[in-house]
Design a protein around this ligand. Sequence first.
Ligand SMILES: NC(=O)C1=CN([C@@H]2O[C@H](COP(=O)(O)OP(=O)(O)OC[C@H]3O[C@@H](n4cnc5c(N)ncnc54)[C@H](OP(=O)(O)O)[C@@H]3O)[C@@H](O)[C@H]2O)C=CC1
Ligand SMILES: Nc1nc(=O)c2c([nH]1)NC[C@@H]1CN(c3ccc(C(=O)N[C@@H](CCC(=O)O)C(=O)O)cc3)C=[N+]21
Length: 295
Amino acid sequence: MTARIIDGKAAAAALRADVASEVAKFRVATGRVPGLAVVLVGEDPASAVYVRNKGKATREAGMLSFEHKLPAEISEGKLVDLIEELNTDPAVDGILVQLPLPGHIDPDQVLLAIDPDKDVDGFHPINVGRLATGLNGFVPCTPLGCLKLLRAELGDLSGKEAVVIGRSNIVGKPMAQLLLGDSCTVTIAHSRTRDLPEVVRRADIVVAAVGRPEMVKGDWLKPGAAVIDVGINRIAGEGGNSHLTGDVDFTSASAVAGAITPVPGGVGPMTIACLIRNTLVSAARRDSFALDPAL
Ligand SMILES: NC(=O)C1=CN([C@@H]2O[C@H](COP(=O)(O)OP(=O)(O)OC[C@H]3O[C@@H](n4cnc5c(N)ncnc54)[C@H](OP(=O)(O)O)[C@@H]3O)[C@@H](O)[C@H]2O)C=CC1
Ligand SMILES: Nc1nc(=O)c2c([nH]1)NC[C@@H]1CN(c3ccc(C(=O)N[C@@H](CCC(=O)O)C(=O)O)cc3)C=[N+]21
């Protein structure tokens, strides 16, 4: 079998176009423009690239992007002060603090400072709780993007065996909650899981969010499984070149899977599309504007 390639870039472009057309309607109806504030602390080059891409996508959707670049030495208190300003700024509908933060800053304290109703990353404990209890809140962008790709590929997910590899707060755990919400039977695997290949082999849906290049092999998969590769691993090559690879060994996996996301061009672009989607959702809630429920 040769797997269907799930084109995350195309799915992201379609979602971004849908967001842009709803933003245009929102602007006419409310007379205002949705805004996203992105906060970047320090000079990490990968983070700087992501922040630039997020700003570009925000503007292309017809929304305002407010970028706050802060020196790596900034104190936790000063960062929290900025967040509190953004919380009360009426032009700001969404706030994202790019992770990771420098070691002297406690990310939990920073995330707690964000107004949960502007928390478009869905990392605040209030939104984690809303997701876990089935209330309306913000869902983290990466797992939301994965869910949208899976629904588009498979239709109804009800009853499917899903294995999520990774239990981080930003990918693995919310991914498992979303799959449970769609009535999958969900297993969460992690570094202490015994015989991971055997656990993965029973899955109709595999989501790999580990951070280990090409760890998941084709012979771990049930033939026909849908494989979502969240991993973004930058591999240094010769002469200063580098390339990206996922957490799945694409060559062996695509010979067994039914469908698979590539890296790059899979989950990454959907993460950014879901971020601007969440920003529009926030603006719509704040102004009681009725959005297309399919978004
Ligand atoms: N495409 C996108 O938009 C995004 C991509 N990413 C990428 O996704 C990957 C995961 O990110 P993130 O969740 O933040 O990473 P974390 O490092 O926070 O979590 C990794 C998880 O993988 C588990 N793990 C590590 N080694 C193994 C192993 N050998 N077998 C089984 N499980 C293992 C860890 O287990 P334990 O808990 O036991 O330590 C942990 O739960 C990274 O490559 C990251 O770059 C992340 C965010 C967005
Ligand atoms: N508060 C916060 N929210 C995040 O959502 C967040 C974060 N911090 N910190 C870092 C991770 C990582 N992340 C990615 C977003 C887009 C791509 C992406 O677009 N990737 C392209 C390739 C880009 C490239 O070439 O580097 C692709 O996979 O095709 C990847 C990774 C969001 N994150």
